[in-house]
Write a new protein. Structure first.
Length: 292
């Protein structure tokens, strides 16, 4: 089982603290430049801090709170503790040597998410993969390089640990996945591995916090012509919704309102076009029968 570090994860805590400091600075009518001067930094450093993109030095936060004239000792201590916790490593950082740097922020956001809506066109979503299916996936895209068994197992363990957000005792995340039918017919790892994966999808889709829908071939074209993406929603008002789009060698994180609105509309359209959860169960069982 994964060791749960800071609740919500350090990435989420940095975003929360940064948003709080931004509001305090604006309420105090202080410019980013003046705030940067107060902590021996620059305007761009304040911008990065307020966006939660870098770690916090407790001394810098303390100086900013003084500049913003925070007089409540209890609130000051709460925010300083938040800064300390935001610098704690998440459990997933033990895998930093195996995962790209642009993926680290996603792991921190995923563990804090209350709702994850994802659209997938190539693979079963990572949060729903069986270990054997995951082993096959992590070897793909490596060209002629074959990962050592030890690295493969560590990556599979990472994926299994990520899945614990769906079964944790306190506020399990809700997953709503829309998957193209082609994913269900692509024999990643071989037909036996695929069959076991589909059987697991039937089982896991019965969980109250998991909604699985399939986009059938019979439906023709669909709204999301740009490929896979995920929408993450959080339980704290200081954490904006985020769109995550993964590419071969990088990832994009979108949080502007106009971008979010467009992806929400697209996801809603996909959900309407897809088979209902009950129809999805029937489709899964029929494909299992075909390949058995």
């Amino acid at each position: 089982m994964a060791e749960q570090g800071t609740p919500g994860g350090p990435t989420a805590l940095r975003i929360m603290l940064g948003a709080h400091l931004r509001r305090m600075r604006e309420d105090a009518n202080i410019s980013r430049s003046d705030a940067g001067w107060a902590i021996r930094g620059s305007e761009s450093k304040i911008s990065r801090l307020e966006l939660g993109r870098v770690g916090f030095k407790v001394r810098d936060v303390d100086d900013l709170l003084t500049l913003y004239k925070l007089d409540d000792p209890a609130e000051r201590e709460r925010l300083l503790n938040l800064a300390r916790e935001a610098n704690n490593p998440g459990w997933w950082q033990r895998y930093d040597d195996l995962t790209p740097t642009w993926f680290h922020s996603y792991l921190g956001l995923e563990v804090a998410a209350q709702l994850i809506r994802t659209y997938e066109v190539q693979f079963v979503p990572g949060l729903l993969q069986t270990p054997d299916y995951a082993r096959a996936v992590v070897q793909l895209g490596r060209g002629e390089r074959v990962l050592p068994d030890a690295e493969v197992e560590r990556l599979v363990t990472l994926r299994k640990s990520r899945q614990e957000i769906l079964t944790r005792d306190e506020r399990p995340a809700r997953l709503w996945a829309v998957v193209d039918e082609a994913v269900l017919r692509r024999p990643i790892g071989g037909w036996a591995v695929l069959r076991a994966q589909l059987e697991y999808l039937v089982e896991v889709s019965r969980k109250p916090n998991v909604t699985l829908q399939i986009l059938p071939f019979s439906g023709g074209g669909y709204a999301a012509t740009g490929g896979a993406f995920s929408l993450l929603r959080f339980g704290d008002a200081d954490l904006p919704d985020i769109v995550y789009i993964e590419h071969l060698t990088s990832a994009v994180y979108l949080d502007k309102r106009e971008d979010l609105d467009e992806y929400v509309v697209t996801m809603d359209s996909l959900s309407i076009a897809a088979s209902t959860p009950r129809q999805t169960q029937h489709l899964l069982t029929s494909i299992i029968a075909e390949i058995s």
